[in-house]
Design a protein around this ligand. Structure first.
Ligand code: NAD
Length: 354
C-alpha cells in the first residue's frame, strides 16, 4: 500500500530529462497515482519555452508509457499567471481537486471528500525557482533527492540550440532524444535558433540593463490595440505598442510616443495629439511589471499605462507603424495567451481585468 493516494509534481519539462524522470519514478513508488502538472502551458514558444504543452505531454507519455496506460500517471496543463501567485495557486488547487475527484471515485473511494485523500506535493528544491513548493501547505512534501547532479533543462537547451545541434542523449530518454532529433529538422527549430542567436548577441550590443520601457494598453469597446512584431525577438507575435524610454523623456511620454509611432492612431480628424492621448490614461491603473525573467533580452522593467478610449461603434483607426510592426484592433475574446510576446498577456490580464 502506498504512503499517499495522490502525488502532485509540477514542472516545465523544457525538455523532459532523466533528472525529472528519476523524480517521477521515485514518487510513483510512494503514491497510488501521480498528477504531473505541466507548467507554462500557455506561453508562446521561445528559446526558454521551446516546446508546446502537447509536445511535452508526448515526451512524458513516451517515457512513462506503462504508467500512463495503467492510469497511474496523469498529465495535465497549468497556465502561468506571472503577476499573481494567488491566481496560479488557485488554478493548481482547482485542477488537483477535480483530478482527485475524477480519479479517486470509482477506485474504492466512492463518495469521499477531498480531505479524505492523502495528497503529497513532490519535487526537488533545486534552486530559488522551486519556491512554489512552499505555496501548498495543505499537502505533505515529498522531497526526492537528485541522483543526477544539478544539470537542468537549460543545459539541454544550450547544447541543442546551436548551428550544429547536439542532442545530449545520455541525459534524455530514447523517446525524447528521438523527438529532439526530428524537431531540429523543421522550420520551428530554425526560427527558435535564430531567436536564440539574436538573444545571445544582445548583451554585447546593448548591455544587460536594467532597461526601462513603457507599454500602452489601449482598450476601446471590447477591443485591444496590438502590433504584430515584424522583427526579432518574437517575430510574428502580438505585442502591446511600446518601447524603450529615451534618456530625456518621461516614461508616460514614451508610452504616448511609441503608441503614435507604432499605430498612427487617429480619430477620423487625423492623428490624435499627445495631449489628447494623455487624457485617456487612467492614472490609477498605471503599473510596473518587473518579473526578473520577463524578457530573455535582459533585465527589462516596463511601465504599463491603461488608455481607455471612448466607447464607439466605429473604433479609432490605426495602421502599421514603424519597424515593420503592423497595428490592429483585436477582440479580447479572439486572443489567447500563446499569441502574445513575452509577458504581454499577463500584463493585459492585470491591466484590463480579464
Ligand atoms: P522544472 O521542469 O525545472 O522542474 C520540475 C521538477 O523537477 C522540480 O521539482 C525540479 O526541482 C525537478 N528537477 C529539475 N532538474 C532536476 C534534476 N537534475 N534532478 C532531479 N530533479 C530535478 O520546472 P520548474 O521550473 O520547477 O516548474 C515550475 C512551473 O510552475 C513553471 O511552469 C512555472 O512557470 C510555474 N509557476 C508559475 C507561477 C505563476 O505563474 N505565478 C508561480 C510558480 C511556478
Amino acid at each position: 500500500m502506498s504512503k499517499f493516494d495522490f502525488g502532485v509534481l509540477i514542472g516545465r519539462f523544457q525538455p523532459l530529462h532523466v533528472g525529472h524522470e528519476h523524480v517521477i519514478t521515485r514518487t510513483l513508488e510512494q503514491v497510488e497515482r501521480l498528477f504531473v502538472l505541466v507548467g507554462s502551458a500557455n506561453v508562446a514558444r521561445d528559446p526558454r519555452n521551446p516546446f508546446t504543452y502537447a509536445e511535452r505531454e508526448a515526451m512524458l507519455r513516451s517515457a512513462f508509457r506503462h504508467e500512463v496506460a495503467q492510469g497511474r500517471l496523469i498529465i495535465a496543463p497549468i497556465d502561468d499567471h506571472l503577476y499573481s501567485d494567488t491566481a496560479w495557486v488557485t488554478q493548481v488547487q482547482r485542477k488537483v481537486r477535480s483530478l482527485v475527484l475524477e480519479h479517486g471515485n470509482g477506485h474504492g473511494f466512492q463518495n469521499h471528500g477531498l480531505s479524505d485523500f492523502r495528497v503529497a506535493l513532490a519535487g526537488y528544491g533545486k534552486d530559488a525557482s522551486s519556491y512554489y513548493l512552499k505555496l501548498f501547505p495543505e499537502w505533505e512534501n515529498l522531497q526526492v533527492e537528485s541522483q543526477y547532479g544539478t544539470f537542468s533543462s537549460s543545459d539541454v537547451r544550450q547544447r541543442y540550440f546551436q548551428r550544429i545541434p547536439e542532442v545530449p542523449a545520455a541525459i534524455l530518454s530514447a523517446g525524447v532524444a528521438e523527438f529532439l532529433r526530428e524537431f531540429m529538422l523543421g522550420e520551428t527549430f530554425k526560427a527558435l535558433l535564430e531567436e536564440a542567436e539574436f538573444l545571445a548577441a544582445y548583451p554585447a550590443q546593448w548591455g544587460r540593463g536594467p532597461f526601462v520601457t513603457a507599454d500602452a494598453v489601449v482598450v476601446q469597446s471590447g477591443h485591444i490595440l496590438l502590433v504584430e512584431r515584424g522583427w526579432a525577438p518574437g517575430k510574428g507575435l502580438l505585442a502591446l505598442p511600446g518601447g524603450f524610454v529615451n534618456p530625456a523623456e518621461r516614461i508616460r511620454d514614451a508610452a504616448i510616443r511609441e503608441l503614435r509611432e507604432e499605430t498612427a492612431i487617429s480619430d477620423g480628424k487625423g492623428q490624435i495629439p499627445p495631449a489628447m492621448l494623455a487624457s485617456f490614461i487612467e492614472d490609477a491603473r498605471t503599473r510596473v511589471f518587473d518579473a526578473p525573467n520577463r524578457s530573455l533580452r535582459g533585465r527589462i522593467i516596463t511601465h504599463a499605462f491603461l488608455f481607455r478610449l471612448p466607447e464607439r461603434r466605429k473604433l479609432f483607426s490605426v495602421k502599421g507603424g514603424d519597424d515593420a510592426a503592423h497595428a490592429q484592433w483585436y477582440r479580447f475574446g479572439d486572443l489567447s495567451p500563446e499569441m502574445l510576446f513575452e509577458d504581454h498577456w499577463a500584463i493585459i490580464e492585470e491591466m484590463a481585468d480579464l
